[in-house]
Design a binder for this molecule. Structure first.
Ligand code: BGC
Length: 408
């Protein structure tokens, strides 16, 4: 009897020690994000029934808190099995060049992803002739969302220029409606909106040049962008500092505010809340430009469950995974061979635009510049919200570029 019991204990212990697990680290906790992640888990679990998924999320849009937690863990030699990271500078500068990742070129070849994904996407996950993460989507950052019922009620047309934006905002204000919903609680949301103002004022080439040194931060168009943004801020909800990005979207869904500028994870939020009466256009002055970013996952060196991570990455890159995830997330698949008709109207339009618009990399979401620059950029714009001093802010933006080694 006693021997039988101890055998059982030993067996249970063995199961506990050797049970397959995978810890997946991300900041996907809001409406749309959490549902998208769950779809990936469901597909993975069906194919890998014995594996326990540890959903290691750290709330805070754009990785506002997650990135710091991740850094501590990576530097402390305790990497999650895999983690969300923006394709482009965030992946390459922060994690690849520093030697924290294993290349996964073999998976691209094995799974045919090098054929199924466009060159522009493969480029931003490449370094030194190797591929380093699996892009699960393409998000668009420069969208203006609006509440259709409010626009209809006051006979308004979605604005496409800054001039129209202010005209519409004045009408809304005169009727006691919040014209422009904003949440600044996590410190990145205003910088996100400002990024689209920079694009609107500088155009695709001018905006891209800001991150390479071809456009100087002293450019009068940057001054104009700051002045314009300061004016836009006079139309926002007074409680913006208490709201996160999704809580700002809630103002649109609840009919309390008319417009906001947010990436298309906002549409994932609207789907999750079953809010259907939204419309979209591009942020003012952004016609013909696709401000892009991509969420991806890679294979950290020293991941405890390497084989399981590879199985998960396969789901991320698969057609099935990309369709199920993006249907909830609001983004479009990174693969170009999916059936477009499976997607709702907004995403079909994003797929069309992705092929015909000029693509620029989002700064706030890791594609355009290194993480250090992004952090300083967002902090300066956060200060600007509290104290919209154009001169001081432009000087600070110039200094950041210099400190990043980009001559001004
Ligand atoms: C990510 C999106 C996410 C958004 C808000 C962005 O940086 O790329 O996937 O939904 O932040 O959290």
């Amino acid at each position: 009897m006693f021997r039988k019991m101890s055998l059982l204990v030993v067996m249970l212990l063995a199961v506990a020690v050797f049970a397959a697990k995978i810890e997946i680290f991300s900041w996907w906790t809001a409406g749309g994000e959490a549902e998208g992640l769950q779809e990936l888990f469901n597909i993975f679990s069906k194919a890998n029934p014995g594996v326990e998924i540890i959903n290691a999320t750290v709330a805070g849009g754009a990785g506002a808190q997650a990135k710091a937690v991740l850094k501590t863990r990576m530097l402390g030699g305790d990497p999650p099995d895999t983690f969300q990271v923006h394709a482009g500078h965030e992946l390459i500068d922060t994690w690849v060049k520093t030697g924290f990742m294993e290349p996964i070129t073999f998976l691209y070849k094995q799974e045919g992803w090098d054929k199924a994904m466009p060159k522009g996407i493969l480029d931003i996950v490449s370094y030194n002739g190797e591929l380093w993460s699996v892009p699960v989507n393409i998000h668009r950052a420069n969208v203006l969302w609006y509440n259709k019922a409010i626009f209809d009620k006051y006979g308004l047309k979605p604005p496409t220029t800054f001039e129209e934006f202010f005209q519409v905002a004045d009408v809304l204000k005169s009727h006691g409606v919040i014209p422009f919903a904003l949440g600044t609680k996590d410190g990145w949301e205003a910088a996100h909106a400002f990024e689209t103002v920079l694009i609107g004022k500088l155009g695709a080439e001018g905006y891209k040049g800001l991150w390479t040194g071809e456009t100087k931060w002293s450019d009068p168009r940057v001054t104009d962008a700051l002045e314009t943004f300061a004016k836009m801020l006079t139309y926002v909800n007074p409680d913006h500092s208490a709201r996160t990005w999704d809580e700002a979207c809630a103002l649109i869904a609840e009919g309390k505010a008319a417009m906001n500028i947010m990436g298309d994870w906002a549409v994932g939020y609207f789907y999750a809340k079953n809010f259907k009466d939204f419309g979209w256009t591009l942020a003012p002055g952004n016609a013909g430009i696709f401000d892009a970013l991509s969420d991806s996952f890679g294979l950290p060196k020293g991941a405890k469950n390497r084989d399981t991570v590879i199985a998960f990455l396969k789901v991320l890159g698969s057609k099935e995974g990309q369709v199920a995830f993006n249907l909830k997330k609001g983004s479009i698949p990174a693969r170009t061979d999916v059936d477009k008709s499976l997607f709702p109207e907004y995403q079909r339009s994003a797929m069309d635009d992705w092929l015909k618009h000029e693509i620029v990399p989002s700064v706030m979401h890791g594609a355009a510049a290194s993480e250090g620059w992004v952090t300083e950029f967002k902090d300066v714009i956060s200060l600007f919200v509290a104290r919209p001093d154009v001169k001081v802010t432009q000087k600070a933006l110039i200094n950041i570029a210099i400190s990043q080694g980009v001559a001004q």
